[in-house]
Design a protein around this ligand. Structure first.
Ligand code: FAD
Ligand code: MLT
Ligand code: ZN
Length: 476
């Protein structure tokens, strides 16, 4: 019995021939890569958990080139795996078999920026951090921020509907993405690249592509509504004795910080241990079972400072927090953020990591970690919890020295049943990719999944776009 996460058999797509390569080289001279050494890093995912065997990497620069490639591949029945920064965590960004890799790395131009409305329009391959730097020079910021910002592409962010560290304040990409340009499976260009905040003319098709993980089309450009750069930013790193106190801290800060609250993140003491051990990052406060990172972003340093001071005083008087430190200057802000952002990297030094990314009622978040620890006993190397507690999003990670089928069988479906038991989502922000596609039914009714299948069949009848991903095997 293969595990439901295992790849299904290779579908009957064509294999790349010398004639196909000649066509690609004509359209993309010098940008059709077949050197196995150069292909290696595009065949392996960030977590190094899966490896494809693609022999062709295409690096288009324009929408027109993407259109020509897709039109050709569709007529030849060649499968395509679109790839951005390859930082995805559900094995959706690398081929399963020999799918052609279509990289957006060279589609990295800003197309326009309106400094009055704050609307940025750019190609899909712009690296998130480069866009942030571009905007900061113009007194704006991106509405999203992720630990992978140095590598991930905005097209990949939109394709995964990435959440991240600022969602609490600026909302999801379904709200901040105003337009997308998409090349459909047959090469048609769908130009929905509007820059309007309001547009109720029929169905809002862009939403289909936000979070579609490369299965419905190739996103070639996006327009994004960007917030003004806050004039004052503060970050506090606090310790709590219990998760209950952490939640009380959250409640209190929502009330007292109000509109200046821009992030509320947490990590547990196991995460801190991994940061210490593997990355030599030390704890800036005394040891506690739980830590929170709170960020404020506002327009008046005195006003924000006062609010933060009052909140901290109240949190201490009420004994919600045991210890803490505050940062207002850039280097210390970065240092405090890295305690939260680098947990993912610290985990990779443990061996193999089983990653879960679930939405739960906020008061149930840590119970899942505790239950999993008890359930696994000493079968796991470590069981850690961290995440976007302000958004009800837990990252539960379980490590072992190497891949371990028995451990996996103990984790799944336990983790999914637990999540479904409280009407949660088995993927809050990372998507389904290859790894979680068959578990979709834990979070979506079968009618919804069937309709997704209909949409896929309509937009990509031959199924050439990112096959084996997102939708469950029994649909296709
Ligand atoms: P890739 O990994 O290359 O691709 C991801 C998926 O999108 C694939 O299915 C791919 O086929 C598809 N795709 C990519 N580009 C396009 C395109 N132009 N058109 C159509 N489909 C496309 N995620 C979060 O949500 N929140 C976080 O806080 C977060 N933090 C992270 C921290 C670290 C250290 C790491 C390694 C990852 C993190 N992630 C997070 C996961 C990942 O970074 C995001 O999912 C990111 O949005 C992926 O972007 P990418 O360009 O790397 O896409
Ligand atoms: C995060 O919030 O750190 C990311 O989603 C990555 C992860 O889950 O490890
Ligand atoms: Zn996350």
């Amino acid at each position: 019995e293969p595990s439901p996460a295992a790849a299904p058999e290779r579908r009957s797509f064509s294999r790349v021939t010398p004639e196909d390569l000649a066509f690609f080289r004509k359209v993309l001279p010098g940008r059709t890569i077949t050197d196995p050494d150069l292909l290696e890093s595009s065949n392996v995912d960030w977590l190094r958990s899966v490896r494809g065997s693609s022999e062709v990497l295409l690096r288009p620069q324009t929408t027109e080139e993407v259109s020509q490639i897709l039109s050709y591949c569709n007529s030849r029945n060649l499968a395509i795996n679109t790839q951005g920064g390859n930082t995805g965590l559900v094995s959706g960004s690398v081929p399963v078999y020999d799918e052609i890799i279509l990289s957006t790395a060279l589609m990295n131009n800003v197309l326009s920026f309106d400094s009055i409305s704050g609307i940025l329009t750019c190609q899909a391959g712009c690296v998130l951090e480069n866009l942030s730097l571009y905007l900061e020079d113009r007194d704006y910021i991106m509405p999203l921020d992720l630990g992978s910002k140095g590598s991930c592409h905005i097209g990949g962010n939109v394709a995964t509907n990435a959440g991240g560290l600022r969602l609490l304040r600026y909302g999801s990409l379904h709200g901040t993405v105003l337009g997308v340009e998409v090349v459909l499976a047959d090469g048609r260009v769908l130009d929905c690249l509007t820059t309007l905040r309001k547009d109720n003319t029929g169905y809002d098709l862009k939403h289909l592509f936000i979070g579609s993980e490369g299965t419905l089309g190739v996103i070639t450009a996006v327009s994004v509504l960007c917030p003004r750069k806050p004039k004052s930013v503060n970050v506090v790193f606090l310790g709590c004795e219990t998760f209950e106190q952490l939640l009380q801290t959250f409640q209190l800060c929502r009330g007292m910080l109000g509109e200046i609250l821009s992030a509320f993140e947490f990590l547990d003491s196991e995460c801190m241990r991994l940061l210490n051990t593997h990355l030599k990052i030390s704890n800036p406060i005394s040891d506690c079972p739980f830590y929170v990172v709170i960020e404020t972003s506002g327009s008046d340093a005195t006003h924000d400072g006062e609010k933060l001071h009052n909140f901290l005083e109240e949190a201490m008087t009420s004994s919600f927090i045991a210890d803490g430190t505050v940062a207002t200057e850039d280097s210390k802000i970065k240092a405090l953020w890295s305690l939260r952002e680098r947990v993912t990297e610290a985990l990779t030094h443990e061996g193999y990591t089983y990653k879960y990314d679930v939405s739960l009622p906020v008061d149930r978040i840590y119970q899942m970690v505790t239950d999993m620890r008890e359930h696994l006993g000493d079968r796991a190397k470590s069981v850690v919890g961290y995440g976007h507690v302000g958004d009800g999003n837990l990252h539960l990670n379980i490590t072992s020295p190497a891949k371990d089928a028995a451990l996996l069988a103990a984790i799944e479906p336990f983790v999914y049943e637990w999540t479904a038991g409280c009407q949660g989502s088995i993927s809050a922000e990372h998507g389904l990719g290859l790894k979680k596609r068959n578990y979709i039914y834990y979070s979506k009714p079968s009618q919804a999944v069937a309709l997704m299948g209909n949409i896929k069949a309509m937009l990509d009848p031959k199924g050439i776009l990112n096959p084996y991903k997102t939708l469950p095997d029994n649909l296709q």
